[in-house]
Design a protein. Structure first.
Length: 327
């Protein structure tokens, strides 16, 4: 039997799974972030090596490595060459983790996927296999809408509410309170002198989503996010030449999978205005399932093997998450 080594490496955590071409899960492990953008190539390989050992360390026929921070062709090539040299698998393919989301969220294997976690990204795949990608390097490549951006928007709005430059908002109280402070000015000073890392703004999206129910400023931030998701999907469909075609738009990442009704309704409405043929689908399988399915695709595994993989690996990830939450 052939074996797939599957990797979903994110900005906050990493999953590695070893699966057979029958869909049987041989092992799954979870560890810290492995994005080369944050920990470097050597740091990434160290995390993956430890998790690979944890799931058995067997040589695989195919290794499917889908990671955040793999945004440029040269980044893909460097990681592919490094993993190939380690002898983890006969065949190694590397890509951005948004492709794992697309495969996890759609049986077709093509469509559009938008992920909103710490950052925001989008990929598209046509029925013929053509790919569309975005640089996804933050502001310098025109991006807005990740958890960090939403958090900073909330900090900004809170500060302007306090000093009168902007409309009053409950974020004036809620944002500093999240960090144990009384006022936005105290938070600004704490960030400025380094007592609080600015990066911690990534923790604020749940607060913004909750406040949007009765706060116009928070609601404006949520609507801006919805507009960005729709804009990414529109641009991707257009670049693929699939205008008017029945395309699935898969949503993933902690912010988009939060279940927030207002956010999802705004995105669905926006997609319908782009084309009534677009279908919004919130991913229910974790991205590691998508990585493993891409590996099974390479092996030509039958539909029943893919169905077994979805069920077994999804359940294994749920058990692992539950165990870690208890610990």
């Amino acid at each position: 039997m052939s074996v797939v080594l599957a990797v979903d490496g994110g900005n906050s955590k990493t999953y590695v799974a070893l699966v057979r071409d029958t869909g049987e899960v041989l092992g799954v492990a979870r560890g810290p972030l492995s994005s080369p953008h944050h920990v470097g190539l050597d740091g990434c390989l160290h995390v993956l090596q430890e998790l690979r050992d944890e799931v058995g360390g067997a040589e695989a026929d195919v290794a499917a490595l889908l990671l955040a921070g793999i945004d440029l062709p040269e980044e893909e090539l460097r990681l592919q060459e490094a993993v190939s040299a380690l002898g983890w698998a006969d065949r190694v393919f590397v890509g951005n983790d948004t492709f794992a989301l697309l495969r996890a969220g759609s049986e077709r294997g093509w469509g559009v996927a938008v992920v909103c976690g710490a950052g925001i990204n989008c990929v598209g795949v046509s029925p013929g296999g053509e790919h569309v990608r975005f640089l996804s390097l933050g502001e310098i490549s025109g991006d807005w809408g990740g958890g960090y951006d939403i958090g900073i928007a909330a900090v900004w709005a809170a500060a302007r509410s306090e000093d009168g430059r902007g409309p009053r908002t409950s974020l004036e109280r809620l944002v500093p309170a999240h960090f144990g402070l009384a006022a936005p000015s105290e938070l600004a000073e704490a960030i400025h002198v380094g007592r609080i890392e600015q990066r911690e703004a990534v923790e604020l999206p749940p607060l913004v989503l909750a406040a949007a129910a009765d706060d116009a400023v928070a609601a404006q931030i949520v609507h801006r996010l919805a507009d960005e998701v729709v804009t990414l999907a529109r641009a991707t469909v257009t670049r693929l030449g699939l205008e008017g075609e029945p395309v699935e738009v898969v949503l993933g990442g902690g912010v988009l999978q939060s279940g927030d009704r207002r956010l999802l309704e705004a995105i669905e409405l926006g997609l319908a205005e782009v084309s009534p043929a677009l279908t919004m689908r919130v991913a229910t399988s974790p991205p590691i399932v998508g990585s493993a399915l891409l590996g099974l695709d390479e092996l030509g595994a039958p539909p029943e093997a893919q169905a077994r993989l979805r069920a077994e690996l999804g359940a294994a990830v749920d058990r692992l998450q539950t165990r870690m939450e208890v610990e």
